[in-house]
Design a protein around this ligand. Structure first.
Ligand SMILES: [Mg+2]
Length: 268
């Protein structure tokens, strides 16, 4: 089975400042269909924002959606989303000390961060906006008060488009990486048979977890540096850096996803 997993914003979706190829999205839709590829979106977006993206950019529906940074999993079958309750039970079992409200209380007094709107929060996702200039102090304080106490992971990412710092507290068992591992297991697929494409921040986890990684050409410098560091420490890691020039495409966003899919033989 051919499985292609991809981040959405600035990976599959051309919503950054680099020049996109106007034909890339229809190519992606056709090539995944023609090659019988199982498509998984792995995104920080919630369901409503994912549907907005599908409408706005014309990308196809995925077969599986790992949304809210991996804290929710849904299948899309016969035009209907089916929520995976098994994933919720799995996360609760694997991260028994997880407690979103206790984390909320613990960080309530920290200067330079503010809780995100309720639609960006769920039982496994406690998220904040951070003043990027204050990021270092904020993260030190956060580590002091939270780290290691709640079976959590603390993920900071910087949205270079709107200058926002984003801080997510997630159960250690519910990230983009673990959600994808869970789906892989369900389909009986080995990690090395799954391609994952990303561009920034929290994509580091699935990119360095043993999947076939792809960085689109517009990937953040920080992510590129972190991935290269991980590759030096673990020569087994397979990561492809899109550079453009494949099928006349430039390698940014969707084009980088297509380039990576050709590289790993997902598209013939
Ligand atoms: Mg992204």
């Amino acid at each position: 089975m051919k499985i292609l997993a991809t981040d959405l914003d600035r990976t599959l979706l051309p919503n950054g400042s680099w020049k996109n190829d106007s034909e890339a999205i229809s190519m992606f839709n056709e090539l995944t269909e023609k090659n019988g590829v199982l498509v998984i979106y792995v995104t920080g977006r919630n369901l409503a924002l994912t549907e907005n993206a599908i409408k706005e950019f014309g990308v196809r529906y995925p077969n599986i959606l790992c949304a809210d940074v991996g804290t929710s999993i849904r299948k899309y079958e016969d035009g209907v989303w089916k929520f995976d309750d098994g994933w919720i039970d799995h996360v609760k079992r694997e991260s028994p000390r997880w407690d979103a409200m206790a984390i909320r209380d613990a960080v309530a007094g920290i200067n330079g961060m503010r809780e995100q709107e309720s639609e960006h929060l769920n039982q496994f996702k406690q998220s904040y906006y951070v003043d990027h200039e204050k990021k270092d102090q904020v993260l030190i304080k956060v580590d002091e008060l939270v780290k290691g106490k709640f079976d959590e992971v603390i993920v900071y990412s910087f949205d270079s488009q709107d200058g926002k710092g984003l801080l997510d507290f997630l159960p250690a068992s519910a990230t983009k990486q673990t959600a994808l591992e869970y789906v892989a297991k369900e389909f009986g697929a080995a990690k090395e048979d799954i391609v994952f494409c990303g561009d920034s921040g929290n994509d580091i986890f699935p990119l360095t977890a043993g999947f076939c990684g792809v960085l689109v050409k517009n990937a953040d410098d920080q992510l590129v540096a972190n991935v290269k560091k991980a590759m030096n420490q673990n020569p087994e890691l397979k990561v492809y850096f899109a550079k453009g020039g494949v099928k006349g495409l430039k390698g940014y966003y969707t084009s980088g996803v297509i380039e990576g899919a050709y590289h790993y033989g997902i598209f013939d």
